[in-house]
Design a protein around this ligand. Structure first.
Ligand SMILES: [Zn+2]
Length: 344
């Protein structure tokens, strides 16, 4: 089968598009014919590798996918050949303390398709049967592929962790990324006032058109000062941070007393300083969040279907042009999800 894979960790040049052996699904797995797959920042981290984390090579990249079930093992349930499905790429053991609580993304052995096992940028992928759900009928395969990882992550951050409410004000850094855009849509549907930042006037214009009440160009404006101005000195209720090191000090300067900072990614770097006086004096809550539970996924899909939510798609490109697509994501030139079309 054709796949996008690496045979060693390293820069983008390591990524190859070509033939690779077909996956062999186990008894409790389904084999999907992938129709579409979507890029995530996670792909870059997987490609670069992390010291101490061994990945068998060659390794197929990719975590998001939508496709058709072409085989279901004898120990699968509720999935049949021919089903149109989307993938929840979170992998959990099903039997640890956290899984039994329904908190799969806290699982002691939590993993992700494309990180802990071969990924979705391929004509076929084998996944545990409980990872697939019916594809929402109102979405095309390309739209469905763009939904899972980013929207699930944003959903858990804002709805499950922060319990965002109507009337809240939220600051979202780096609008244009999949999680940030999904976060904006979720916040708007929840009745929150959304402030977004970017270095691109074009992205800010697009975000305003999608419903952002205030936009801040962080190259020309002090984001925290502007957020305080917008909120008449009060500060925002919630800061949604997917950027990490570069925005961390801004988060603490922009959030109101008693407010919440929620972090799910560190695209600008993982090490940051915190003024602990601000943390305790202002009685702030700092939360980390990773992907989501099975229940988060169910609720996210249900809410998405109710409002006919469609993820913002930057572009749909052929799997043959995966390297170009990855370069675009890496330079941050995209607005929304970049989707690989794998099959018609
Ligand atoms: Zn577990």
């Amino acid at each position: 089968m054709k796949a996008v894979y690496i045979d060693a960790h390293g820069p983008l040049e390591r990524v190859q598009v070509g033939p690779i052996e077909d996956p062999a699904p186990k008894d409790d797995e389904v084999l999907l014919a992938v129709k579409a797959a979507a890029l995530n920042h996670l792909d870059i981290h997987v490609r670069n590798g992390r010291p101490g984390v061994e990945i068998p090579m060659p390794h197929v990249l990719g975590s998001d996918a939508a496709g058709v079930v072409i085989a279901a093992g004898p120990r699968t349930h509720g999935v049949r050949e021919g089903d149109h499905v989307i993938l929840n790429p979170g992998l959990s053991c099903g039997c640890c303390e956290f899984c039994l609580r329904g908190e799969q993304s806290l699982c002691a052995s939590f993993g992700i398709v494309g990180l802990s096992r071969p990924g979705t940028f391929a004509e076929k992928v084998a996944v545990p049967f409980w990872c697939v759900r019916p594809k929402p009928a109102y979405l095309t395969f390309e739209e469905a592929a763009a939904l899972p990882l980013a929207t699930l992550t944003a959903w858990r951050m804002l709805m499950t962790r922060c319990r965002l409410q109507a009337g809240d004000t939220i600051l979202i850094h780096g609008i244009g990324g999949g999680v940030a855009l999904a976060g904006m849509a979720i916040a708007l549907n929840a009745g929150a006032e959304v402030i977004v930042t970017s270095s691109s006037p074009d992205k800010l214009r697009k975000a305003a058109a999608l419903g952002a009440r205030h936009t801040i160009d962080y190259r020309t404006k002090d984001v925290a000062a502007r957020a305080r101005e917008i909120t008449r000195g009060r500060g925002v209720d919630v800061v949604m941070d997917t950027v990490g090191a570069a925005t961390w000090p801004v988060d603490f300067a922009a959030v109101r007393k008693g407010g919440v900072i929620v972090l799910c990614g560190v695209t600008s770097g993982a090490i940051a300083e915190t003024d602990l006086r601000t943390l305790y004096w202002n009685q702030l809550t700092v939360m980390g969040s990773t992907m989501g539970s099975a229940e988060d996924f169910r609720r996210m899909l249900a809410a998405a279907a109710t409002v006919r939510f469609k993820p913002v798609i930057d572009s749909v490109v052929s799997i043959d042009n995966a390297v170009e697509a990855m370069r675009k994501m890496e330079t941050g030139a995209h607005f929304g999800k970049i989707v690989l079309k794998v099959a018609n």
